[in-house]
Design a protein around this ligand. Sequence first.
Ligand code: 8IG
Length: 268
Amino acid sequence: MPGAQQAAKLAAEEINARLGRDFDALVVLGSGWGDALDELGEVGSQIPATEVHGFPPSRVAGHGGMIAALTCGRTRALVMRGRVHLYEGHSAAAVTHGVRTAAALGCASVILTNACGGINPSFSVGQPVLLTDHINLTGASPTSGEEWGTDRFVNLVDCYSPRLRRIAAEVGQGVGEGVYAGVSGPHFETPAEIRMLAAMGADLVGMSTVLEAIAARHCGMEVLGISLVTNMAPGLVEGGPSHAEVLEAGEASAARVGRLLRGVLERL
Ligand code: 8IG
């Protein structure tokens, strides 16, 4: 059995023992989304992610790693907060371990959330944006060297489920739509790089999500991606982004994005 699948099975067994099984969906809470958890309803039990096989410690402020079980309407959700990033020096396999573990636990869909920079000038800080597609600029793939099911060459047409996007657009008000460019970071872009990304067709830029979306499709899961624009990209505004600004925008939007997540989970 390939490495990633084996690791996911082990992690799934441990989560099953502590949080139960039969989950419908995984929610990955990105930076700035942690406070949204309060809106999702009654959290059943939760465990530190580092107590589960294969989850490395996360060291970014505002990313306390934990895994929780909660029910939203009839949807049984597994929630992971404290994502693992390439820029911490982790591999594509480590970055996507949570998604593969959720697949091993039977989750049919995953909601990937993140904080990002807005490239499309029609977006504003604090706005949630549904991903219609992505551009993977990390140079990495979670499918490299991995067999999962039968798909060596994963099809990424409609990677972000049109069905889930429709549900989210109905639930959310003033929610945008756009293409997310995933880079490895952790430096922010130069203004010239932002002009390049805009010319490529990117509306948003961030340092996560794309590898998890690919891994989720590799495992046959439906994917919904939602970005919270926490800063406008370098070159579009004076100065440029800071991590403090990102956390502040996340805090200010927690209730709004929490309600959006809750509405989607109830209608999955
Ligand atoms: I939040 O402007 C957040 N994450 N690459 N650029 C990149 N990642 C980000 C940004 C940004 N803002």
